[in-house]
Every structure is written in structure tokens, then in C-alpha cells.
Design a protein around this ligand. Structure first.
Ligand code: PRP
Length: 209
């Protein structure tokens, strides 16, 4: 908490803009943030808050290491990286699901090692190890849907929101692993020393979510 300001890491992009709208409605506006600039850090000393935009998958790193006091991260990132932070609130937006998908009609016969392409290696490993299923994880960074089409993998584990990406690539959901939504997270020390102020933000967000 620098200069008595609560710093908030927001995920850059459409979800982040929506989440900022929730903070503003909850009583923590910072009008400059909506101006079309390339600036990444914005402050409103009147309500003692500082926002910064970071890559969505990096929010938890900023919060865990205390570069941000609080932040908003997808449950997918929290499950995958297990950062040492408090999860304070389900914001109930950015809703989607983590799912296994494959070519329509694909059936896992369980006989050979299943090849699974994903960005979420830990979620995938945990899911299949609980089933006792032997898999080979192919760790990709994006365009996961292409892997089964090219024969790189049998199935994928990825985020499904509208299902459009799967449909347009002739894939379908075989199994849902876990529902996902945006969560408010807090650095543990920041919560200890700034509990009242962070709880005021939580209460405000609870009211507007
Ligand atoms: C995610 C995910 C899918 C797509 C699913 O990618 O990896 O490709 O969204 O959304 P849909 O069901 O509405 O089609 P994202 O756009 O977040 O980009 P990324 O591949 O860089 O993660």
C-alpha cells in the first residue's frame, strides 16, 4: 500500500473494462482510465485507489508478490497456478467453463495414452490423475483448437465461452471440468494491514455485482 493507496491489478481487455465499471459503481471511480490512452497506471487520490492494466494471466503474479494489493483474475488462472493469495469474492462475470473437447464423435477407448493439448497443464494433470487415466500433455500457448485437427493431440482442454471457436473448428465439448468466473483476489499481507479498506471494496463490489 504505497502512499496509502490501494493498488488494483485489472486484466487488460473487455473483462477488465467491465470489472473497472463495477469498481466505479462501487464508489471507486477513476475517470481517466476510460480515456483512450496507452497509459497503464491511473490514480484517484480522492478515493485512495490506483489501477493498473496487466495481462490477464499475470494478475495473480502481481498480487501474490505484493506489487498490487488486490486484483481480478479468472478462476482458471487461480486453479492452474495456485498463487498464494486470498480469494475474496466471486464477481460472477467473465463466466465460461474449462472443458475437454475433441472431434465430434470422439470416444476415449482408454487403451492407449491419451494425447491432450492445453495451456492448462496443471488443471489437466489433476483432472486425469484423479481418474487414473494415463495422458501425454502437449503444452501449447494458444490456438489449441488446431491440435486435434492436425493430429497433434486426441483432445484439448481449454476455455469454452460461447462455443463458437469449437463449432467453427468441428470440435465439441466432451466433458466440463469446472465452471470459471472472475474472482477478486488479495495479497495476504496487504489484507492483514489494510483489512478495513479492502473489505470496504469487497462490500461495494458485492452490492453492484
Ligand atoms: C479462449 C479459448 C478459446 C476461446 C473460446 O481464447 O482459448 O479459444 O476463448 O471462446 P468461445 O467459446 O466463445 O469461442 P481467448 O480468446 O481467451 O484467447 P487466447 O487463445 O489467447 O487465450
Amino acid at each position: 500500500m504505497k502512499n496509502g493507496m490501494i493498488s488494483v491489478a485489472l486484466p487488460k481487455g473487455r473483462l477488465g473494462e467491465k470489472v473497472y465499471g463495477m469498481f466505479a459503481s462501487a464508489g471507486f471511480p477513476c475517470d481517466e482510465i476510460l480515456e483512450d490512452t496507452r497509459k497503464l497506471i491511473f490514480e484517484n487520490p480522492l478515493c485512495g485507489i490506483r489501477y493498473f492494466w496487466v495481462k490477464p494471466s499475470d494478475v495473480a503474479i502481481y498480487v501474490e508478490r505484493g506489487a498490487a494489493d488486490i486484483g481480478v483474475a479468472g478462476k482458471d488462472i487461480l486453479l492452474e497456478y495456485q498463487p498464494d493469495v486470498y480469494e475474496l469474492l466471486d464477481l460472477e462475470c467473465g463466466k465460461c467453463r474449462m472443458a475437454i473437447a475433441g472431434p465430434a464423435g470422439f470416444r476415449d477407448d482408454g487403451l492407449t495414452t491419451l494425447r491432450v493439448a492445453t495451456k492448462f497443464a496443471n488443471i489437466t494433470r489433476n483432472y486425469y490423475s484423479a481418474l487414473g487415466r494415463d495422458i501425454d500433455i502437449i503444452h501449447l500457448n494458444g490456438s489449441i483448437e488446431i491440435a486435434p485437427i492436425l493430429g497433434l493431440s486426441d483432445v484439448i482442454v481449454d476455455i469454452v465461452e460461447t462455443g463458437t471457436t469449437l463449432r467453427e473448428n468441428n470440435l465439441s465439448v466432451l466433458e466440463t471440468i469446472v465452471p470459471i468466473s472472475a474472482r477478486l483476489i488479495s495479497n495476504k499481507a496487504a489484507y492483514k494491514f489494510g483489512k478495513d479498506r479492502i473489505e470496504a471494496i469487497v462490500k461495494g463490489l458485492e452490492r453492484v455485482k
